[in-house]
Design a protein around this ligand. Structure first.
Ligand SMILES: CC(C)(COP(=O)(O)OP(=O)(O)OC[C@H]1O[C@@H](n2cnc3c(N)ncnc32)[C@H](O)[C@@H]1OP(=O)(O)O)[C@@H](O)C(=O)NCCC(=O)NCCS
Length: 173
């Protein structure tokens, strides 16, 4: 089946909101002892309104990946985004989210999404690309390292009662 990637518009907010919730749950749901913490996070982060607002910001670009006719993944890029381990003269851009539905992992959907993002980054003045990944997310870390990212530093992040250890990865563009 063919994988295609399109740049998302605000009409895609419902699809992205749903993909956002389901893919986050598939990836990290098991790490939450209280399901309410997860659903509260979903309501804050993946409401259709919040995604619509995100799509309308000049600094964000979203892409959707289709497997045949099915939307199966998305990527969110923030073109200008500071990072504590990079100077502003390095013009850092942030790969904020890349998520593919579980049934469609390892089918090159992630790679197609990254290719679309790199095409866009050629048109921006970004000097570095960075992202934050849970330090136990081995599949994603392997995927990024294969793509040329290396470790910039560490940080923590809390959702509800759960505290998570993250690493920043970055690469020069
Ligand atoms: C991370 C993610 C986006 C990668 O997308 P994907 O569609 O599964 O990956 P692809 O099929 O495009 O793989 C691309 C390359 O990465 C490599 N790769 C994938 N998983 C890997 C792993 N665990 N270790 C090393 N390399 C890996 C593949 O071998 C492939 O290389 P190749 O093209 O040379 O064969 C996807 O796995 C995903 O959505 N995971 C769940 C959500 C998540 O963790 N998101 C990131 C949060 S920070």
């Amino acid at each position: 089946m063919k994988v295609t990637v399109t740049r998302a518009t605000k009409d895609d907010a419902v699809i992205i909101a749903l993909l956002g919730r389901v893919t986050f749950d598939e990836t990290f749901g098991h790490l939450f002892s209280d399901r309410q913490d997860l659903t509260d996070y979903f309501d804050r982060t993946f409401s259709v309104k919040k995604i619509q607002q995100g799509l309308e910001k000049q600094d964000n670009v979203f892409w959707l990946a289709y497997y045949g006719n099915l939307p199966v993944g998305y990527l969110k890029l923030k073109i200008s985004s500071p990072n504590p381990f990079l100077g502003s003269n390095e013009h850092p851009a942030q790969l904020q989210k890349i998520y593919v539905l579980k049934d469609f992992l390892s089918k090159k959907v992630g790679r197609h999404l990254m290719d679309a993002m790199y095409e866009e980054l050629k048109r921006t003045a970004s000097g570095h690309l960075w992202l934050s990944v849970l330090n136990t997310n081995e599949r994603a870390i392997g995927f990024y390292k294969k793509g040329g990212f290396s470790v910039l530093g560490e940080h923590t992040f809390s959702i509800g009662k759960e505290n998570f250890d993250f690493i920043y990865l970055g690469k020069k563009l």
